[in-house]
Structures are given as C-alpha cells and as structure tokens.
Design a protein around this ligand. Structure first.
Ligand code: AN0
Ligand code: CP
Length: 317
C-alpha cells in the first residue's frame, strides 16, 4: 500500500479487516515493524478517536509519533496556486508539505471540507497537495470527502458481530443535526460497503440528501426510513449536509432521530455511529444506552484498523 486515501488503495478488504482482528488478538505481534520510523499526524480540525487510536496503533508497531495541530500551532496555510500571499496566510502547502515530508516516514492528515465550493472539496484540494508535495506515504485521518480509517473499523466491527450470518441487511440512515456536517463518513461507509459486496445495502434519507453517486452507486435508496429499517441487522446512523444543495441543511425533521421504537421492526439491529454523537438529537438515549448500540466497540476497533493500515504502509504491500 503506497497511500491510504480511500478504499481504492485496498486490494482486499477482508484481508485488511482480518489483519486488524489479528492485531486485536495480539497487539504487539509486530512490535518492531516500525522501529526507527516516525508517523507525523497533522490536524487541521478537531479529533478524539482518530488522534488517539492512530497514535497508539503506531506505538504498538514500534513507531515514534509526532502530532501537530497545524490549525492552532502552525502558520496558516495557503492552498491556492499562484496567489499573492499578502493576506493572513503565511506559508504555502508546497513548502509546508515538502518540509514535513523530510521529517517523517508516514504523514497522516485530517482536513474537513469547507462545504462552500463543492468542486474544490470533491477534488480533495487539501490532502491531494500533501500527497503531491510531501513525497511520503499519506494516511487519511478523514479528508473532505471520505474517512477510510473509520470505514475499515466499521467493516471490522460488522464482521466481528456477524457470526455465521451471511449477507446481513445494512441500513445507512440520515439523522437530524443542528450543524452542517461533511458527507465524508456516509460517502466512505457507502463506498466501502459497496466495494465489500457482502450485504444487502440500503441508504435512507429525506429528499435532497442524496449522496454523490460515485459513493452510493450499488446501494438501494429508500426515502421512507421505517420501510428501510425493516429487518435491518445493522443500522448506521449519521447526519450529513446536502450534497445537491451543497453544504446546506435542508431538513431538521426530528422524526428521523433513531429511537428504540424504530428498532422494533429491525432484526434486533445493531446500532452504529462513528462518534461524536449528539444524544437525543441524532440518536435517543434509549438506543445509545441499550445493548443494541455497539458504538463503543466500533470506536475501539479504530485502533486495530489503524494498526493494520500502518503495518500495510510500512510493508508497502
Ligand atoms: C465530523 C463529521 O461528521 O465528519 C467528524 C466525524 C468523525 N463530525 C462532526 O463534525 C460532529
Ligand atoms: N470517528 C472519528 O473519527 O472521531 P474523531 O473525530 O473524534 O477522531
């Protein structure tokens, strides 16, 4: 593996997920693999899980880790080409990425979309320039349009719980929120589940919350949430802002919040969310505090997923 930017960098999803589960069973089995190597992690946005799980994963492989909150502690970066830098941006990504690339062996980046210019966000203008100028393997810690480390952990969790059941029904459902959030998590989940191909996959959301077809193609789109949830084995809840009316909140309908009542028609569905989750806005307490919720186990698997990805980058295969 040269970079980890999306599912396209993965040859075999099951193989990578199985490696993650092997690390879960035996965290230090490759404790010298990353000896003498440094992981740099650059954050342009907040993070709890990604930050800590990836650091621990790197250390389990013997790596050193540097975390740089570049949004708060670095010079403000310019990403546009050919501009006169006479505003508040002191450094261009061309220099910043090339410099950091000399200090580390693998470079992780978290960068949220601006949610203003769809074309720029969907061209991945920020992370693609780090790839271009750093000259080292780049690890996405969530970019403008995808969150592959999250999606791998999601599949690891589903596989872990699946038992002997084949072809589970997986439902990705939109839920309300007060802020305009990225489409990265649902895009990526859809892309990975479609690429995995081992489920009956349904996406449900109000009108005008259609995801880009590039990610959703292969899933059944159902606008009636109750209908979508019938018989579901896994319910993946997430808010996202509109892709078609880009970056806008076009519904706040509270009836889309996941409640215990809605789980009644599912196949005792397991409830997933990438976290952080706003209780009683996105998912009700009666769900999050029930045994249907597997969000803590899911977040735990972020560690083993990151370890599997880092190991693959270190081995470059
Ligand atoms: C972010 C998002 O929706 O992409 C990060 C999730 C991992 N969530 C929020 O901003 C609340
Ligand atoms: N799920 C996730 O990526 O969480 P953080 O934003 O806290 O890293």
């Amino acid at each position: 593996m040269n970079h980890f930017l999306s599912v396209k960098d993965v040859d075999d999803i099951n193989h990578l997920a199985d490696l993650a589960l092997r690390y879960k069973a035996n965290p230090f089995k490759d404790k010298s693999l990353g000896e003498g190597k440094t992981l740099g992690m650059i954050f342009l946005n907040p993070s709890l899980r990604t930050r800590i799980s990836t650091q621990v994963a790197a250390r389990n492989l013997g790596m050193e880790v540097i975390v740089f909150n570049i949004d708060k502690e670095g010079w403000q970066l310019e990403f546009a080409d050919g501009v006169v830098m006479n505003g508040d941006k002191a450094e261009h990504v061309k220099e910043a990425a090339a410099v950091i690339g000399q200090y580390v062996d693998i470079l992780g980046i978290r960068t949220f979309p601006g949610l203003v210019k769809r074309q720029d966000d969907y061209a991945e203008l920020v992370i693609s320039q780090f790839v271009k100028y750093a000259g080292k393997p780049v690890l996405s810690l969530e970019s403008a349009t995808v969150h592959p480390l999250q999606s791998l952990a999601d599949i690891v969790t589903i596989k872990e719980l699946l038992g002997s059941k084949r072809k589970p029904k997986i439902v990705l459902t939109w839920a309300p929120h007060i802020k305009a959030l990225p489409q990265a998590v649902p895009n990526s989940f859809a892309e990975w589940i479609n690429a995995w191909g081992e489920s009956e996959f349904v996406i449900t959301h109000p009108e005008n919350y259609e995801l880009a077809e590039k990610f959703s193609k292969g899933a059944k789109i159902e606008y009636n949430q109750d209908k979508a949830l019938e018989g579901a084995d896994f319910i993946y809840v997430k808010n996202w802002s509109s892709y078609t009316n880009y970056g806008k909140i076009v519904s706040t309908d509270p009836s889309w919040m996941l409640t215990q009542k809605k789980i009644a028609t599912t196949n005792n569905g397991k409830v997933m969310h990438c976290l952080p989750v706003r209780r009683n806005l996105v998912i009700a307490d009666d769900v999050l505090d029930s045994s249907n919720a597997i969000v803590i186990q899911q977040a735990g698997n972020r560690l083993w997923s990151a370890q599997a990805v880092l190991a693959s980058l270190l081995k470059n295969k």
